[in-house]
Design a protein around this ligand. Sequence first.
Ligand code: URA
Length: 425
Amino acid sequence: MRAVDLIQKKRDGKRLTKEEINWLISAYAAGTVPDYQMSAFAMAVYFRGMTMQETRDLTFAMVETGEHVDLSAIAGIKTDKHSTGGVGDKVTLILAPLVASFGVPVAKMSGRGLGHTGGTLDKLESVKGYRVELSQNEFIKQVQDIGLAVIGQSDKLVKADKMLYALRDVTATVDTIPLIASSVMSKKIAAGADSILLDVTVGEGAFMKTVAEAEKLAETMVELGEEVGRKTVAVITDMSQPLGQAVGNRLEVLEALQIMQGQGREDISRFICSLAQIMLSLAGVEKPLAAILQHLTDGSALKKFEEMVAAQGGNLEDLYRPSSARVVTEVFASESGYISDLPALDFALFAMKLGAGRAVKTDRLDYETGLVFDKKVGDAVQKGERLARIYSQEKLGENQLTEFKKNVKIMRVQRIPKEIIKIIS
Ligand code: URA
């Protein structure tokens, strides 16, 4: 076979066979199909799409480009969770220990920030000493010992996704359903958990901009998971504004700690408890929301989180240290009303310019910088009240402040945001 013929076939809107997809993906992972041909292929998929059968073949071909994790040595039903990406998305930091606090083992591999979206690994690495790289044996042993581990995806898992994602990130081919579904599900299948909760984000700060697109992505991924015998549920969640209050690595860890100390905003605490309820149910544990909220706020989740940080070499004193950003700029409301919009993408790009995110893969992060919102969409605000704090290393210019303020929209009418929009199983 020749890559050029397969690119042409997809470019012309034809269906690829399983053999053709297997050949292309294994040749790419082996290095015999170069990046420039794979980029052209990704763009052809972006414009022409794939059938469900092609997406299925692509996913399973990708799984075969790496090792499969065997979690059978861990007793119980193992659960995993994956978000399709967001702004201020610190859910894993809280949800994983919360679920583990009920005795359900969580063996989770997470990623770094991609494009404008943040990554759990980067947030955890803002804690001095935290090791994201564990061997498979260490990973399994830690879950056996304390019921929880959050580590980086091993290089040996789904090699094709590692290569293809980096390429998609720089060729404007991330936001297409067959490529997202195969990327997410190949990793989840290879990572070995018995059940999977998929958080499919929608809105300005997500890759899916409409609920209809998000539903299609969710349905595709649920079908792929079920096909290989993994119980899979997807929730469609709002990412039109940043999630919670903080955007930025250390700031998000601090917000996660606050939530696990019972001092978080009620909306995000309730949202995470709803996700935990689904994840627990996937593992056969039915709990009322009140019991889950109790574990979130009475220190049970926090204790698990601290155990995990300590087990992975993180320094517990450093965990609680405030951000060491040199400048904190407060932003105040210039009128009264209700917050009607906090466009997630604009704030993600703003935080990225402060060093909280990477514009290109090789950028070094500044863990300390970012944003903290005192007010979220739907909140009432009085003229002169503080809306947000901006953590930076340099004093902000007038233009930067004006840009930030312009994005905080205040109206006379109250808009109530939705968190979980729909559940697909
Ligand atoms: N997250 C992933 O893991 N892959 C994608 O393609 C998009 C979001």
